[in-house]
Design a protein around this ligand. Structure first.
Ligand SMILES: CC(C)(COP(=O)(O)OP(=O)(O)OC[C@H]1O[C@@H](n2cnc3c(N)ncnc32)[C@H](O)[C@@H]1OP(=O)(O)O)[C@@H](O)C(=O)NCCC(=O)NCCS
Length: 167
């Protein structure tokens, strides 16, 4: 069973591992820097107090953190937000990603400020793109040479999902 819940102090080591995992951070199109546990606490505090965001830890059946999922930059005039997810590399392929996305789509509908989620994903991230398609996102464009990864430029696919539409 997968749950999405607010972060707690006990999650800091697992989330620090994720924040310091370079392949995961590059998959998130980030510019990673080393994160101490205090950096992670500050990041969690920022995310949790951001009125334009919804942030949750993704937890397994024991309640332990396996990743995080977020909507940031909620534009309450145009009614969209920017979606992102990361699951610990050792815990992938167990259904946590898909379950967390489904739960977050429900949470986004309940939130009341959102009609649509948008996201950006590297064009060569086939696993993530397949998962997003399977959860009702569709590709709406490609930014060419948009993310400079350690081994070179990536095209970045733009996807969106209207919350009212069935997958
Ligand atoms: C994308 C990501 C969140 C998926 O999380 P996950 O917990 O592995 O997802 P699931 O276990 O629900 O698997 C989703 C699908 O991907 C497939 N999958 C997972 N890992 C796979 C792999 N290594 N190779 C092929 N398929 C894989 C699963 O079979 C599943 O397909 P199905 O639903 O048809 O059976 C995870 O890979 C991740 O954190 N990647 C790094 C960060 C990232 O890329 N984030 C998104 C970029 S914006």
């Amino acid at each position: 069973m997968t749950t999405c819940r607010p972060p707690s102090e006990a999650d800091v080591p697992a989330l620090a591992a994720l924040r310091n995992d370079l392949p995961t951070q590059y998959a998130l199109l980030a510019s990673p820097r080393p994160n101490t546990h205090d950096d992670v606490r500050a990041w969690l505090a920022r995310r949790s107090s951001d009125p334009a965001g919804l942030f949750n830890v993704v937890a397994d059946e024991t309640g332990a953190a396996v990743g995080f999922i977020q909507i940031v930059g909620i534009d309450d005039r145009s009614r969209y937000g920017k979606f992102g997810i990361a699951i610990d590399e050792r815990r992938r392929g167990c259904g946590h990603g898909r379950a967390a996305i489904e739960q977050t789509l429900d949470a986004a509908r309940r939130d009341g400020r959102l009609d649509k989620l948008v996201l950006y994903v590297a064009a060569d991230n086939a696993v993530a793109i397949a998962l997003y398609r399977a959860t009702g996102f569709r590709e709406v464009g490609v930014h060419r040479r948009h993310y400079f990864a350690p081994d070179g430029w990536r095209d970045v696919v733009v996807m969106e999902r209207f919350l009212a539409a069935a997958p």
